[in-house]
Write a protein that binds this ligand. Structure first.
Ligand code: BGC
Ligand code: CA
Length: 233
């Protein structure tokens, strides 16, 4: 009799315990609320570069201030087997993005009626880093040939843009100040950026295209093909 009472009590006790375990899980086991998913797919960033602050003189000579930023090279070919390569350094301040480019190009030529078929450097900037697939406000394509003739098809800043070019041993240098007219330069800003060098090997038409980021020769239509720069102190 005693033994069966004890067993009944034990079974009752165990079932209460099992029930309470099921019905009230410890607070620590509760799952944290999931972070809302971003509505848009992640934007491609391509190649990246931290650009340091500084204000050079636009004269075709490389100011010491440019040493603060790592050099980038155009190494992505989208046309031809070009021997040409550009090496660039960048700086920024509140009003401008500055780029100094040295192009190694053994044969200088700029006779084609199409400016992009001449020995030249193209600068692509997207001040809001929209990574949009078509040009919008804040996006520009600016071209400077080795004789310092400026051209471009989209958003060429008419006001305050400055450039200088010099023929040097083994090629030419181009230096530009691109006005920041959509977003002022400030620490932490991201901007889309690419650099393209066009090569006329001497025939009077373009035989090579080489860029920092884009491999498809579509920077001129599609800012999502640009790399990304970050403005740092
Ligand atoms: C491209 C050319 C294009 C031109 C238009 C250049 O960046 O390489 O293929 O026709 O832009 O401005
Ligand atoms: Ca050339």
């Amino acid at each position: 009799m005693k033994r069966s009472k004890f067993l009944t009590g034990l079974v009752f006790g165990l079932s209460i315990l099992a029930f309470s375990c099921q019905s009230s899980p410890p607070a620590s086991a509760a799952k944290p609320a999931e972070a809302p998913k971003p509505a848009e797919p992640a934007k491609p960033v391509g190649k990246t570069l931290n650009v340091h602050m500084g204000t050079p003189t636009i004269d075709g000579d490389m100011d010491d201030a440019y040493q603060a930023t790592d050099a980038i090279k155009t190494e992505v070919v989208s046309l031809g087997k070009t021997p040409v390569v550009g090496e660039a350094r960048l700086l920024w301040d509140a009003g401008f993005l500055y780029v100094f480019v040295n192009v190694k190009d053994p044969v200088l030529h700029a006779t084609n009626a199409n400016a992009w078929e001449q020995d030249s450097v193209e600068f692509f900037i997207d001040q809001t880093n929209s990574k949009a697939t078509s040009y919008r406000s804040g996006c520009s394509q600016i071209r400077v040939n080795y004789k310092n003739v400026v051209s471009g098809s989209s958003g060429v800043p008419a006001k305050d843009f400055k450039s200088a070019a010099k023929v040097v041993d083994g090629g030419y240098d181009v230096e530009v100040a691109i006005p920041l007219d959509k977003v002022s330069g400030a620490e932490g800003n991201l901007m889309g950026f690419d650099l393209q060098v066009n090569d006329d090997g001497g025939s009077g038409s373009r035989t090579g295209i080489i860029a920092w980021n884009d491999s498809s020769n579509t920077d001129w239509q599609n800012p999502s093909k640009f790399g990304t720069i970050t403005l740092v102190k």
